[in-house]
Design a protein around this ligand. Structure first.
Ligand SMILES: C[S@@+](CC[C@H](N)C(=O)[O-])C[C@H]1O[C@@H](n2cnc3c(N)ncnc32)[C@H](O)[C@@H]1O
Ligand SMILES: *[C@@H]1O[C@H](CO)[C@@H](O)[C@H](O)[C@H]1NC(C)=O
Length: 248
């Protein structure tokens, strides 16, 4: 990237930082992140309804492939990592056994609301843990792992994907739908970079500049089906998406 652009990004970040000074100050004092973790689940509960409307066709298409991976019993054992409020439950096949993992315990209330609304599923348990360390889930124990809008928020995509691969049975699949960085030559990518630090604080560690497809390509899956799309979401920063699945 030309030096002028890099400078422009730094200057604009500073301007945004000044506008949102109280938030950055609270963060420096260590008073922000915890508050955000409390507030985020009720925000996601509302945001999910909107997001699901805009991504309905993509999610339907993506999750129509789930059943292919069910084990010998015919029942699908599914692990949702970074489950949040349980936004994807309605797309899972009847009888599907679901375990959920999320590091934020404040999601529980909303997650259980979704469980109650989706009686076609067999809900097993909610594990409070980060995806990078899912030691409470056995190696090779699930047919399918599902993550939507999670790679943007994890600390290490590499460790995270290694854990995903560990818990999958051989031949099992990891299903994903993620918003990602736009192409580097675009203005949208420029604004993504300007707004990334502020966005990250506002939306509980969500990062809008990640080229997550690269981590997926390097994660050592035996097969990767990955598509890039410009989603229909009204917020340009969140338009570029990737979705698909990877087989262990
Ligand atoms: C934008 S929300 C998406 C929630 C849900 N998957 C959905 O599609 O509505 C991001 C989620 O990732 C979770 N998360 C953050 N860091 C994580 C990590 N290291 N491992 C697993 N989940 C994480 C957050 O707690 C939050 O539930
Ligand atoms: C977002 O992720 C990129 C790439 O991993 C990293 O360089 C950047 O510092 C992250 N942004 C924030 C605000 O943490």
């Amino acid at each position: 990237m030309p030096a002028k652009m890099t400078l422009a990004i730094q200057v604009l970040r500073l301007v945004v930082g000044m506008l949102l000074f109280p938030m950055f100050l609270l963060n420096l004092l260590g008073l922000w992140r915890e508050r955000c973790r409390k507030w985020f689940p009720s925000f996601m509960w509302r945001a999910t309804r909107i997001y699901n409307k805009y991504t309905l066709r993509t999610k339907r298409e993506l999750f129509s492939n789930l059943q292919e991976f069910s084990g010998p019993s015919g029942k699908l054992s599914l692990l949702e990592v970074g489950c949040g409020t349980g936004a994807n439950f309605k797309f899972y096949p009847p009888g599907c056994r679901v375990t959920c993992v999320d590091p934020n315990p404040n999601f529980e209330k909303f997650l259980f609301k979704s469980v109650a609304e989706n009686r076609h599923l067999q809900f097993e348990r909610f594990v409070v843990a980060a995806g990078e360390d899912m030691s409470q889930v056995d190696e090779g124990s699930v047919d399918v792992v599902v993550c939507t809008l999670v790679l943007c928020s994890v600390q290490s995509q590499e460790k995270f994907l290694r854990e995903v691969r560990r818990v999958l049975r051989p031949g099992g699949a990891y299903f994903f739908l993620e918003h990602v960085a736009d192409e580097r030559s675009t203005w949208n990518f420029f604004w993504q970079q300007v707004l990334d630090p502020a966005w990250n604080l506002l939306f509980a560690g969500c990062n809008i500049t990640r080229e997550s497809w690269k981590s997926l390509e390097q994660a050592g899956f035996s097969k990767l089906r990955l598509q890039h799309i410009q989603g229909t979401l009204p917020c340009p920063l969140l338009k570029p998406h990737i979705y698909g699945y990877a087989v262990k």
